[in-house]
Design a binder for this molecule. Structure first.
Ligand code: GDP
Ligand code: MG
Length: 176
């Protein structure tokens, strides 16, 4: 017997950090310099054969247009079981916004037992390392603020996108 699990995962972070690019890379294996800023909420689906008896239907929820407010409505967060919190490694302000996003997430959704939903921190655009300002050590930062893991990613070069999402799904599949 195959079991099916539907997982709603949010992809949050400031405008232009690469949320849409990460989703397109992961789901469609493509990258483009020009994604229209989709207005509203959009999601993409990836079906994973998780193990021999479990199929995971992974819904990745993108946001667009609302990032500038730094928070989302409860409707967007409802029934989410995990999140990717993304910043742009070349823009310090987007890193500074990470805690605001994590705080918004934790204030609006939790697992049924009351604990925060697992969140992974993604420092995207790591292909542009020469442009990156000095950042705190992500290892310490992510532990201190309750992320289950962190990755330096590039949607452009396809670096660590799979690894980051797999880490999140693994965690979701073990807590539930
Ligand atoms: P969003 O607003 O968070 O959805 O960001 P987008 O996915 O629209 O990306 C914003 C811009 O950054 C676009 O021009 C992308 O092509 C570019 N971008 C996204 N990811 C990367 C990456 O990993 N490396 C580089 N160099 N550019 C990226
Ligand atoms: Mg976008």
């Amino acid at each position: 017997m195959q079991h099916e699990r539907l997982l709603k995962v949010l992809v949050i972070g400031d405008l232009g950090v690469g949320k849409t690019s990460i989703i397109k890379r992961y789901v469609h294996q493509v990258f483009s310099q020009h994604y229209r800023a989709t207005i509203g909420v959009d999601f993409a689906l990836k079906v994973l054969q998780w193990d021999h008896r479990t199929v995971v239907r992974l819904q990745l929820w993108d946001i667009a247009g609302q990032e500038r407010y730094g928070n989302m409505t409860r409707v967007y967060y409802r029934e989410a079981v995990g999140a990717l919190v993304v910043f742009d490694m070349t823009r310090l302000s987007t890193f500074q916004a990470v805690l605001k996003w994590k705080g918004d997430l934790d204030s609006k959704v939790a697992l049924s037992n009351g604990t925060p939903v697992p969140a992974v921190l993604l420092g995207n655009k790591c292909d542009q390392r020469s442009l990156c300002p000095k950042l705190p050590k992500l290892e310490n930062f992510s532990r201190e603020y309750g992320f289950i893991g962190w990755y330096e990613t590039s949607a452009k070069d396809n670096t660590n996108i799979d690894a980051a999402i797999t880490c999140l799904v693994k965690s979701i599949m073990t807590v539930e």
